[in-house]
Design a protein around this ligand. Structure first.
Ligand code: BG6
Length: 507
């Protein structure tokens, strides 16, 4: 690849129209760590346009100046977009405003409406507005209802737009997701609603579609005739850190499987869409979720495994167990690990198991999709045991793709060794990074919902995990298997694959 192309770094989308972005939960961690830094990143690449305003809304009383100072301090220390340039930050932060209020109080929203109208007029923003819900999910219904009552949910003129981004978790089971969809769609139209899953903003996740549908050589193999099974792993080495309270009522099935892992599953399995637009792509993804065989009681017992990390001493240091973490009940039964087998009942995938797993405090931080192909039907060499071919898509942190195959070892003997061919994102395109949030905000500001979830697919994903949630929450007496912190999960996870004569790919 020419050096010039490598150095050019990430490609940013076209400039957005003038608009204001109203950030609910502006003093929270997500806003400081991800959302505001992503806006700064977009502004530096001229993706925000000349005129824009970011209006923080939260309960803490603050002036515009103190909001700018607090966010500026946070950006320097916890921003995930790399070093902040003080001069550029100064310019950017002059577009930050703040409005304090209660989420359930109409007056606070009427005040917000007044403030927005003033800013709009002063900066000539044309009435375009993006509301971003980055608060705890309990207050989503209040915010949505008040936006409706304050007259903020509809565009103020025929040429302007109003959109809303809603963070995950979207509900905590199928019933509450349906309820939330109803509340949101009573006030907004579906085309205004952008349900965010930050995994879809990762380049390597989008590259799944490019790999499959932008190349001629993979797609012919991408089906039950050639694929033996698929493994999707989202492993973290960190524990629950400071989020014990949140995690206690969530668990790995809700936190990761229902969202990120099922997104990766549907993109791996999806049929080619007719075009790369929001309706076509999302229709195809929905069909995959709807084709996943529903779990029944027996399948939960046989094909779904949970686990919880226990304390372990490593190199003289001690990794705390989940039950010792701050905010966690010492008798907690919340799962920090899930492994499950999923069957997709359609023509392409019938009989090909997808093994999914996720967990905190595992042996390695990695998110990867491993596609294992069927072995050659007949081996003519003396060496009968030949490793199957594997295609590994490394989503993070060593972004890249590798293919493994057998090669003749040098020498007089006809002996086969397993080798890999690697593509590294960093080597090919340079190391420049851009946050997933920047991509998704950029898309939303341009009205492109392709990488956001639709109401029906959020519900479809909940219907997949709901039966497992039911059994696990009802089985009060059943034990939750434990695994030592820093390992690959409980032995039951290995047994899940061993029963099918397979094993996890742990490299
Ligand atoms: C979040 C989960 O959605 O994704 C966290 O709530 C998890 O528990 C995080 O740690 C993982 O995201 P990433 O981008 O670091 O893989």
């Amino acid at each position: 690849m020419p050096e010039e192309e490598k150095r050019s770094g990430p490609v940013y989308g076209t400039t957005a129209e003038p608009c204001s972005v109203i950030l609910f939960g502006a003093s929270g961690d997500l806003a400081k760590r991800k959302v505001i830094p992503a806006m700064y990143d977009l502004a530096q690449h001229d993706s925000l346009g000349e005129r824009y305003a970011i209006v923080g809304f939260a309960r803490t009383p603050m002036t515009d100046e103190s909001f700018r100072a607090t966010i500026g301090e946070a950006a320097k220390t916890i921003s995930e977009v790399g070093p902040i340039d003080p001069a550029k930050w100064k310019e950017f932060s002059s577009n930050l405003y703040y409005s304090a209020g209660e989420y359930g109080d109409l007056n606070s929203f009427l005040q917000l409406a007044k403030r927005l109208a003033e800013i709009d007029k002063e900066k000539k923003l044309g009435g375009n507005r993006l509301f971003y819900l980055s608060t705890p999910p309990e207050v989503y219904p209040d915010i949505v209802a008040q936006l409706g009552r304050a007259g903020l949910a509809k565009p103020s003129n025929p040429n302007s737009w109003v959109r809303i981004i809603i963070e995950k978790p979207f509900g905590r089971d199928l019933a509450s997701a349906r309820e939330l969809n109803k509340i949101v769609l009573d006030v907004f139209e579906e085309k205004q609603v952008y349900r965010i899953d930050h995994y879809l903003g990762k380049d390597t996740v989008q590259n799944l579609l490019v790999l499959r549908f932008g190349n001629g050589i993979f797609e012919p193999l991408w089906n039950r005739n050639y694929v033996d099974h698929v493994q999707i792993t989202t492993a973290e080495t960190l524990g629950v850190e400071r989020r014990g309270g949140f995690y206690e009522t969530t668990g790995a099935l809700r936190d990761m499987i229902q969202s990120h892992v099922l997104q990766l599953t549907s993109l791996t399995a999806v049929e080619p869409p007719a075009s790369f637009d929001a309706t076509a792509v999302r229709n195809e993804k929905l069909k995959i979720l709807q084709s996943i065989r529903p779990y029944n009681l027996e399948m939960v017992a046989q094909s779904a495994v949970r686990g919880q990390y226990a304390a372990r001493t490593v190199d003289g240091g001690k990794l705390a167990g989940y039950r010792d973490e701050p905010g966690v009940n010492p008798n907690s039964r919340t799962e920090t690990f899930v492994a499950m087998k999923v069957l997709i009942d359609n023509w392409r995938w019938a009989g090909v198991p997808f093994y999914l797993r996720t967990g905190k405090r595992l042996a390695k931080r990695t998110t990867e999709i491993m596609i294992q192909f069927r072995c050659a039907p007949h081996i003519v060499f003396r060496e009968r045991e030949v490793e199957p071919n594997r295609l590994v898509l490394n989503i993070q942190p060593d972004e890249g793709i590798s293919v493994s195959f057998g090669a003749k070892r040098p020498g007089t003997e006809m002996s086969i060794g397993n080798v890999t061919m690697n593509f590294s994102y960093r080597e090919a395109f340079g190391g420049a990074t851009r946050s997933a949030y920047a991509t998704l905000l950029n898309d939303c500001l341009r009205g492109d919902a392709t990488l956001f979830d639709r109401g029906d697919s959020v519900e479809a994903a909940w219907s997949i995990v709901d039966p497992i949630l039911d059994v696990w929450s009802a089985a009060r007496t059943g034990t939750v298997p434990v695994y030592p912190a820093g390992t690959w999960g409980p032995k039951e996870s290995d047994q899940l694959l061993e029963r099918d004569d397979r094993q996890w790919y742990n490299y």
